[in-house]
Ligand binder design. Sequence first.
Ligand SMILES: Cc1cc2nc3c(=O)[nH]c(=O)nc-3n(C[C@H](O)[C@H](O)[C@H](O)COP(=O)(O)OP(=O)(O)OC[C@H]3O[C@@H](n4cnc5c(N)ncnc54)[C@H](O)[C@@H]3O)c2cc1C
Length: 398
Amino acid sequence: MNPQATITDEAFQAYLLQIRALAEGPFEEMQPEIEVSNRFPQRFYDLARDNDLYRFYLPAEYGGWGLSELEILRVQEEFSRGPGGMRMHLHHAADMNWRILDDYGCPALKARYMDKFQDKSIYCNFAITEQTGGTGADIHTTAVKDADGNYVLNGEKWLISHTDCSDFTYVIAATDPDSDKDSRLSAFFVPTDAPGFELVPMPHMMGCRGAGHAGLRFDNVVLSPEHLLGEEGQGMEIAMHSLSVSRVHIAASNLGMAQRMLEISLARAEDRVTFGKPIASRQMIKREIAEMQTYVHALRTLVHDFARDFDDDPHGADIEEKAAIAKLFSIYTTRIVSDAMLEIFGGDGYFEDNPYGPVERLYRDARAMWLEEGAPNVQRITIARACQQRKGELSYRY
Ligand SMILES: Cc1cc2nc3c(=O)[nH]c(=O)nc-3n(C[C@H](O)[C@H](O)[C@H](O)COP(=O)(O)OP(=O)(O)OC[C@H]3O[C@@H](n4cnc5c(N)ncnc54)[C@H](O)[C@@H]3O)c2cc1C
């Protein structure tokens, strides 16, 4: 356990089991209704709060448990066994939601808000993606200074998660729109009830239902200078650093989901008998099982290797590259494991109400991971850039 942690190792181990039971029990029971309504009921937020899911990851000074990143990612793995939309909400809660303000907020904002995350008195989504721009340096939303020194925000964002439960949005916008350098961007802490801030409805998604997706529109939203995060021109750096940590939370999400897919596939393979024998005894099925386990185990080692580096130095030289590697490999893992799961379940895997687990929904939920915190090509670009710069060197703790 982290020496700064306020709970014992024994209590932490019990907490991991508690969260697994919650994800596969009460959270699963709520999901059929959410698949249709695309909204979480109040009971979900209440259960999350009662089970410390808005608290466990915070430093002790903000009411949290002072866990290491490794311990936080272990909890993430457990709740990711449940419905994808809830995983998305809790994953964001545990990471960018509070971390961006803590890392880059001015002292006045931090004093006002940092102790309000522990019971979800505030929740902050993150918005970089645009319909008219991209997800990186090529965004078009602007924040231009007026005569009083305030920033005036204009533009749009698209595909933004958690818009139905957020009090603030971390917005990346261009403060130097005509420049072609990364320093054209800045980051802002924007109240969602500011005049000129509007939500634009989006269609239902393939999976991960309930996570409150919408577009954002900014029409002359006025922000006082204290709403600037970090320095002017630091927006790209803030987005990239924050996303890189979040990428490992996506990798841990894929890990929890893949572990559950593996377990329910094993159960089905033992029970399903064809030609007088359980399919688990067939060599072709054993091959699928071996592949699943190999990818799951390799992913776990990547996630934990990153976490140990991060706990040593959150801004270490390898953090972005290792985060991108973990996220990319987690996509390969999910692809292999979810395909093998469908193969093992046969036709029953394509239908809802499966007694072994939500096979068809897990398959759909998993597909969001391809895109969250950057598509696979974005991870490849990050990895190749660092790899080429450092001639293939990458630290490893022997
Ligand atoms: C469920 C879900 C939740 C999301 N939540 C949020 C959120 O909360 N906040 C937020 O800001 N965004 C969010 N997003 C957006 C997400 O980050 C983007 O969808 C993702 O980064 C891909 O960007 P894009 O959709 O604009 O694809 P595009 O940029 O249109 O890319 C399409 C394809 O082209 C490839 N491509 C693009 N440019 C290049 C290039 N230069 N070189 C090589 N290949 C390239 C991409 O890798 C991708 O495969 C969410 C998306 C989903 C699906």
